[in-house]
Design a protein around this ligand. Structure first.
Ligand code: ARG
Length: 371
């Protein structure tokens, strides 16, 4: 069932076609990184993570790994081939000629680093200093895919300098307050400047010929423009979600389930003037169910909306976190077979089911869903 000895084939054009091969992250050595300009702006004001950094406890690492390993086994039982990254020692200082920081982050979640578009796997620029070297954890896999699949393209976006010029200083003041943050994100006044192209792979959703990219804290307009030049055969659409005070990664905000159906976070609705593409083509954008939890687990960056961070296995089957009863119920009602996955103990390491994975292969070809 698990055909790891067969040559790998890279190809994935969207978020929903039948999943055949995927990378699942690991929690090994995960760290809470020390302060850096990009990071403080992204840690919620009321988070228990403000002011602390260092390696996460072995107990939390072990528990997260148990969940991730079980998730990998579940996928394998369903016929999906699973690969895992190779962790490096994240708890060591790193530097470039421009900056130094005391530790890295981890190799969860792969979705943030790797963007698979067709036969290409692209390493994102990333926008935090502590995640600058994270691609190294995936190089053993990408090298193997390259050897196995002569048509696979391994690409890396230009590494950014990430000097202080990349970050707006008014985001670095002590306490900004959620009200001001909402005003700023509505005005598209984000922490990252337009100094150089920046994007995280998890800000990109793939819809065949079209890529939908969130403009926010982790992806700037130059990053979106770089993607547009890099994928000349795609149409690249910038979107933003004014209701999100911390717009980081699109996959707890806007979640395609199958052709014609997208879940949208009801607190972060896509503005009317950005809906045309979907509406003209008969796609339905429905409010996602409310999360089952009132707060995220301890030492977690993400919000309770990881409830909608689901992994679609095929257009009729979706993996949902097992405690997210409302989200499971909604997807069931929408005609999906729901596979519960116990993953909440891994959330603190960087996200939910979609974040924790990166596509290598899905069946199907590049379609035009928005002709
Ligand atoms: N910004 C999202 C939230 O907290 C979390 C997104 C996590 N996604 C990811 N690919 N790491 O609601």
């Amino acid at each position: 069932m698990n055909r790891t000895d067969e040559p790998a084939v890279v190809e994935s054009w969207n978020e929903w076609d039948p999943l055949r091969h995927v990378i699942v992250g690991r929690a090994d050595g995960g760290c809470i990184p020390p302060p850096e300009p990009a990071l403080d702006a992204k840690v919620p004001e009321d988070s228990d993570m403000r002011g602390q950094w260092g390696p996460r406890s072995q107990e939390t690492v072990d528990r997260a790994n148990e969940r991730l390993d079980a998730f990998a086994r579940l996928l394998e039982k369903r016929g999906v081939r699973v690969d895992r990254p190779t962790p490096i020692d994240f708890n060591q200082p790193i530097a470039t000629p421009d900056w130094r920081t005391e530790s890295m982050f981890g190799c969860m979640p792969p979705r943030d680093v790797l963007l698979t578009v067709g036969k290409e796997m692209l390493e994102a620029t990333m926008s935090y200093r502590c995640r600058w070297f994270e691609y190294l954890c995936y190089r053993p896999l990408l090298q193997r895919y390259c050897e196995d699949d002569p048509a696979m393209r391994h690409e890396a976006a230009p590494k950014p300098r990430l000097t202080d010029a990349d970050y707006r200083s008014d985001y670095l003041s002590e306490r900004i307050g959620v009200e001001k943050r909402l005003k700023w994100t509505a005005e598209k006044h984000f922490v990252t400047t337009e100094e150089e192209p920046l994007f995280d792979a998890a800000d990109v959703l793939r819809f065949g010929r079209d890529l939908v990219v969130q403009h926010g804290f982790t992806t700037n307009l130059k990053g979106i423009d770089w993607l547009r030049r890099h994928f000349p055969d795609h149409r690249v659409h910038a979107v933003n979600f004014p209701g999100d005070p911390y717009p980081i990664h699109i996959d707890a905000t806007f979640t395609p389930i199958r052709p014609g159906l997208i879940l949208n976070n009801p607190d972060r609705r896509l503005p009317d003037d950005q809906r045309g593409l979907f509406e003209r083509n008969g796609w339905e954008i429905v409010d996602a169910a409310r999360p089952a939890h009132n707060s995220p687990p301890p030492l977690c960056y993400s919000s309770v909306w990881l409830s909608m961070n689901v992994l679609v296995l095929d257009p009729k089957t979706v993996c949902v976190e097992a405690t997210e009863v409302h989200q499971m119920e909604q997807l069931d009602r929408l005609g999906m077979e729901v596979v519960p996955v116990d993953l909440r103990d891994a959330y603190a390491f960087g996200g939910g089911l979609h974040c924790a994975t990166a596509d290598v292969r899905r069946e199907g070809a590049r379609e035009d869903y928005f002709p």
